[in-house]
Design a protein around this ligand. Sequence first.
Ligand code: GDP
Length: 561
Amino acid sequence: SKIRVYELAKLLGKSNKELLDILIDLGVDVKSHMSSIDNDIAQLVEESLRGASGTEGPGKKEEERSVIKTDSYEVSKGSTVKAVAQLIGISPAEAVKCLISAGLMVPADSPVDEKSLKVLQDAYNVVLTMACEDDAENEGADGTCTVIKRPRFHGDHMEPRPPIVTVMGHVDHGKTTLLDFIRKTNITAREAGGITQHIGASTVMHEGKEIVFLDTPGHEAFTSMRARGAQATDIAILVVAADDGVMPQTREAINHAKAAGVPIIVAINKVDKPAAKPDRVRQQLSDVGLAPEEWGGNTIMVEVSAKSGQGMPQLLEMILLVAEIEELKADPTVKPRGVVVEAKLDKGKGPVATVLVQEGTLCKGDILLFDSACGKIRAMIDSEGKMIDCAGPSTPVEILGLATVPQPGEVFTSVENERIARDALSSREQDLRNAQQGGPRKLSLEDLYSQLKEGDIPQLNLLLKCDVQGSSEALAASLEKMATNEVGINIVHRGVGRIAESDVMLASASNAVIIGFNVRPDANAKKVAESEGVQVRLYTIIYDAIDDVKAALEGMLKPTI
Ligand code: GDP
């Protein structure tokens, strides 16, 4: 007769954190939301809450996700001071007066220029962005523009945001089927028959809460984004087929998620199949360090069938639970920034990029600066194919209007004007050229010692690939033993077989050195290692590998050619 903390929290309508605080106040020994407590303690909590609610009045209201207030209006190109005054909600006379006091003589009927727009914005503490149908703003006065009014960025307004989820797992274990099922049944279509667009990410609804799924399953996409500097994922769903069990890519996915510090929820899939052995999967996962919570571990596992939909609501509920525990928050009132999920050159539309807003509110007309691209947002389309004017945190949107195509994983910020964006971009390109001349920028065993001394890296990250399981285990054990008080040794991943591109990307994202024992990189991996500056060291004798790492830790390793 025990109950988990998170189950009780749900029953009592409290957040996990609130309940944990209450339990600790009561002197109960609990570690996390996964801890089990006795039923009589649960009862005690319930009673104390009932008592408290009498004295404290209505309980604390659950924080709600309020969308930042934005207004948009259609105006003709070259809109007048009068029109802008209306937007702000002041009289034309007041606007003219305000401009005069700033030394600008602009009659109410004449078009606003940038200068007067800025004066009005500052005086009335709003931000006005103008986006026109075709961006040739200086052509005649035909056509319409949308002017978006939003509060000035002020910050200090953290709000819960929906979790962003990536689905991972071995090939054929059902990642695509699972994503399709979730998208088909839970899409946030406000009107029936809404068309779902494949923009690279989709927002689905469960119990009135949003969850964002990245559409490209697999740890390769996940890690290549990370190697470019962006972490877009909050939670990883690890799909394991119950009739097949833990396979090489399952282990890889686990290590990729772990290296990124992303919590894992396991979906034990295909339980509709007669050959399904879910408990065998639980056992295998325990053996690789993911112990199921029902066995006293910390990993949530849900039995599902992506085909029939069995277990899907529970899976979505667990995603929301983990999201709550992670306390995912963002501020919609700061300058927008985010990350590219997908991008391509469309024949008709030009460069199109799907981005995920991570902070702030992105609006049509904003000028964005990416690592390798820039441009003004001409139009925004959400995952239901609807044109929208603004998008807050954790919203995936497709944007049109960029000058060039950015890469997935690039981050963006909004800047004041296009000149700033272009200048920043060209100085970045210069930096990049300089850096490339300086050779690889990632870690190598030779410069490990100097980096350790400078305190740049607290530990040596290694990725091991071996020809057979036995040598991989032996090598890992010997290497891990070499950790000293000053330097830890962390094996981000070890596997059997050729060194592949995804190994290199993981090493790049984790600043790790790859050690290959009796294996070589394939052609692709070789190329990527060069461009990413990842060091790959190949050995045929275990002791050589161990000696090199030892020498590197002591700063005694001679550079190889
Ligand atoms: P992916 O490679 O991980 O994306 O796997 P897919 O989603 O393409 O699925 C591989 C195969 O498994 C397909 O033939 C699916 O129809 C099948 N499949 C996926 N999920 C289930 C399930 O829950 N039950 C059954 N019986 N088959 C499934």
